[in-house]
Each structure stands twice: as structure tokens, then as C-alpha cells.
Design a protein around this ligand. Sequence first.
Ligand code: MG
Length: 306
Amino acid sequence: MVNYVATLISKTPILEEQRQAWLSLLDRLQVSVTEKKNLSDRAQDFFFDLPDSLGLEFLRAAVNTVCKENAIDIALQPNDRYRRGKRLVVFDMDSTLIQQEVIDMIAAFADVEDQVSAITSLAMNGLIDFNESLRRRASLLEGIPSTVFESLKSQILLTPGAVELCKVLKKEGYQLAVLSGGFIPLANWIKSKLGLDYAFANQLEVSEDGTALTGKVLGDIVNAERKAQLLRYIAETGSIELGECMAVGDGANDLKMMHTAGYGIAFNAKPIVQEKAPARLNTRSLQDVLYILGYSLDEQNSLLDD
Ligand SMILES: [Mg+2]
């Protein structure tokens, strides 16, 4: 038998109907709960054993249905030393650590919104790949003042809970990184704002006199594959096992890093990402990631206090 933990998380205090929907699923599968632990009025851990032969995969599809029907998230994972023993968390930036998509903000700044969204939809329909869409979108930015990123900083909105989550994780000794398909000036800025250890993102070329973007992208493009590589690189640098890593993101190009890491959370992600990610979180605050790592609200508050 393997011991697993399921963390129920709701946007609002967990309703009895939500809890019952989950428990009756376990009943139907003849799985009995061995222990429960309240993490807060919005989050609760349920521990249960599954025969080795079953594993979690057989539960996932059924759990997805319960989640959708009951507006709740249920994160499933083995209840082993990795649950609370993680050491590295890597984050996507746009729509994960921050609320916006930076490319759309630059497009608005440069008045090329329609062209950029046309390229985005080609990419979303699989007609061009991420690298090609990034190059095409970047080329629309030729001639824009290189101060664009400086101007955008005041408009960037951090996701609620991002500051608290990073503060608790740093206190607990985690290494933190932002791995972004966006652009390095803002990824570096987010790194310093949140006290992260690493920032990797794409670099746009600046003209020789330093005044304008040339519309070209420099160096390796940070795409899905590169995000997974960077995760491996950071883990190796810190002698961290992949099982001790977690990735958090919202986009299709975050799935590879989620599956490379020991665990992955789709945060308010696109439906396809929610379906393929190891876990989903659809609440308002990134701080709720701490419930999935096993921290009760009291523990979170005391780490935030001192
Ligand atoms: Mg994103």
C-alpha cells in the first residue's frame, strides 16, 4: 500500500456538500480515509492508502469531475518525504507571478495589438510554434524605445499571494526561480521584487545607440523545452533532486517543466493545461500553493509574522 494525501482547497470556506462529493467518490472506489487534517477553513488534507497496483492515475479522472461539478480543487500526491521536503520552486511569470501578459502590454504601448493577437491566435491553433510566434511578435516591436520595460513596471500587477508565498518559501530555505517566455528586464525586476534566486527569460536586442528595440530576439528562446532544461540546470547547480522540485504555471509551455519536476501546479490555467498538469489550483491567491505543500494557515501566518 502507498499512502497518499489529497488536499481540498476552495475559494471560500469548504461547504459540507463539497466535502461530501469528495468523500462519496472515495466511497464508490472503496478507498477509506485514514486521517484528516484541517489546514484552514478553505483547505483540508485527507490521507488514504491505495494498493501499489492502483496508483493515483486511476483517481485523477474521477477527481477532475468532482472538482468541476463542485467548484473545488483537489491536489493528489504521495504522502512521502517530498511532500513537505521540496527545495526548489520554479514559476512562470505572465499570468502566474503577475496578472498580465507582458507581450500584450508592449503591444498596446506600441499600438500593434491587432497584429500581436493575430500571431497569438496562429500559435494557439498550432499553426506556428512558440519560437516562430515569439520572433514574429518581437519583429513588430522594431523601433520601440528601449525604455518600454521601464515604463511598463508601474503597470505590472503582482498576483495576490505571490509576495506571501515567496516570503514563506524563502524563510523555509527554498530556492526560487522565474522561468519566463516573456522578457528578461521584467523577469529580473520580478526576481528582485519577490526575492527570487534566478530569473531566465527572452532577451530583445537593443540598437547600437541603446535607444530602441531592433525587433530581434537574442540567444536561446525560453520555450517549453528550455524551461524544463533550466529547471534541471538549477536543480543540478543546487544538488537538488527533481523530486524536490515543483513548477507552477498557467500555459501549455509550462507543462514540460511541471512534468520534469516532482510536482506541478496549473494555476488558473487554460483548460488543456489543467487537464494535463499534476495538480490544479483555481483560487484567487498564489499563497494557496502552501496548502498543497502541507502548510496550515497558522503555520503560514507565523512564518509571515516573524
Ligand atoms: Mg503564463
